[in-house]
Design a protein around this ligand. Structure first.
Ligand code: HAM
Length: 438
């Protein structure tokens, strides 16, 4: 490649037709599952007001602090948060659409899914890209813990449909309600205050700003100290404790093995009550294929009436890695999508005199007979065309020579068996369709 050649931006990938076979299989599996669980597709814009994300994901979240692709609004000042941001995730935009569409008043129960690109300015590494695809679902208007479990079920069934079931770990936790978290915050402050002398400088400065951050300090001595820190679980109110109990019960009723993991705190501020992640452990630190949970305060946060909600998003980048490692999905699951890349018929022109009739015939076979039909685009010799026809994977070569053209017929060569038969142009379409089972 020449030195001055352009390259795709770091952390992005070009997807060529062959690469899209797997991606399209993931997409159609996602659509099938979403349909079976009653989720309709929603396509909000790929960028939103920056403020939507700072407000809902939280000023102090890593995504907002470090990972947003933001552009300034032209001629509209440099005011903080006045720009546009390419969506780093889907939930905030979907909640905004729910409010803007007026659903809370006329049809509060809505179940939607989305499939598409998200953008995060992260350091590209295994399983992490700056543009990546998510399949997500969001259900608004129900506070039932049974719905939380159903959402986990949908997620697990999606992975099972791809052959991944056994290798996965479902981890669940509860984030409680805001009042629970306030009680917990106070307990944490009371716990850490007398111990600050023994903590690192970061912890001492974070203590005032955000005491929760002390819990994810990586310094060994601080980590040991954290082991005896109060847990949110001990501060849950009756309602959120009951919600969590019923969530676990429902998971059990669905036969879902879920591990309770108080370490699942999710990186975004909008979560309340149930949260969960699905991990593929061999991927290491970035093993989460899916993250989700309940966000009962989010709709209100973006300007709607109090409305509960729950959902998840699955990242296709780590999922593709996991599938690759396991040699999944089996080739036969992809066969029909691979087929689509192959022509069924290849039209060969013997002399220059048949170029235009061949062009016309190919057009007719495509449009009127619905056949995937290829034609030599480089005006090569008949020999080269036959070679190309063989390489293309087409089943039949339709050969037009001067004689055939004059007699309104073609010679059809079966590229698998080798036999040749003359077929009149009138009947050619149905002749081919019949043999191709098309
Ligand atoms: P999240 O945990 O930030 O949650 O992202 C969900 C999934 O997206 C992750 O588990 C991961 O698989 C994938 N992902 C995240 N960042 C990247 C990246 N840079 N490259 C590749 N994949 C990535 C959310 O986004 C929430 N909106 C999920 C949700 C929906 N919660 C409720 N509803």
């Amino acid at each position: 490649m020449a030195e001055n050649a352009f390259r795709a931006p770091r952390g992005t990938r070009d997807r060529f037709p062959e690469d899209l076979v797997l991606l399209r299989h993931l997409e159609r599996t996602a659509r099938r599952l979403a349909r079976n669980y009653g989720y309709g597709e929603i396509r909000p814009p790929l960028f939103e007001e920056t403020r939507l994300f700072t407000r809902s994901l939280g000023e102090a979240s890593d995504v907002v602090e470090k990972e947003m692709f933001t552009v300034a609004r032209r001629g509209e000042g440099e005011e903080e948060g006045a720009g546009w941001t390419f969506r780093p995730e889907g939930t905030a935009g979907v909640a905004r659409a729910y409010v803007q569409g007026g659903f809370a008043a006329r049809a509060p129960l809505q179940k939607w899914f989305y499939l598409g690109p998200m953008f995060r300015y992260e350091r590209p590494q295994k399983g992490r890209e700056r543009q990546f695809t998510q399949f997500g679902v969001e259900a608004f208007g129900s506070a039932s813990p049974l719905l939380d479990a159903e959402v986990v079920d949908l997620c697990v069934r999606f992975f099972q449909a791809l052959g991944l079931g056994e290798a996965l770990e479902v981890r669940v936790n509860t984030m409680g309600d805001p009042a629970d978290r306030e009680r917990w915050r106070r307990a944490l402050r009371a716990f850490f205050e007398p111990r600050l002398g023994g903590r690192c400088a970061d912890c001492r400065s974070r203590f005032e700003r955000n005491v929760f951050r002390l819990l994810d300090c990586k310094v060994e001595a601080c980590r040991r100290d954290n082991e005896s820190a109060p847990a949110l679980r001990e501060h849950l109110g009756e309602e959120s404790a009951g919600h969590h109990r019923r969530f676990l019960e429902a998971l059990q009723a669905l036969g879902l093995r879920a591990e309770e993991d108080p370490g699942i705190v999710r990186g975004l501020d909008y979560y309340t009550r149930s949260v969960f992640e699905v991990h593929y452990p061999p991927l290491g630190a970035r093993s989460a294929l899916c993250g989700g949970g309940r966000y009962d305060g989010l709709v209100e946060e973006v300007g709607g009436p109090p409305t509960p909600g729950v959902g998840f998003a699955i990242g296709f980048t780590p999922l593709e890695l996991a599938l690759q490692e396991l040699g999944l999905p089996p080739q036969e699951d992809l066969r029909d999508l691979q087929e689509e890349l192959r022509p069924q018929v290849y039209v060969v022109a013997i002399t220059g005199g048949e170029r235009l009739p061949a062009l016309r015939l190919a057009s007719r076979l495509r449009a009127e007979e619905g056949l995937r039909t290829a034609l030599d685009a480089r005006e090569k010799s008949p020999r080269a065309q036959f070679k190309e026809a063989g390489r293309s994977g087409a089943r039949f070569a339709v050969v037009l020579g001067p004689e055939e053209h004059a007699a309104c017929r073609a010679v059809v060569r079966d590229l698998q068996g080798g036999e040749e038969v003359p077929v009149g142009l009138e009947a050619l379409g149905s002749w081919l369709r019949e043999r191709l089972g098309a």
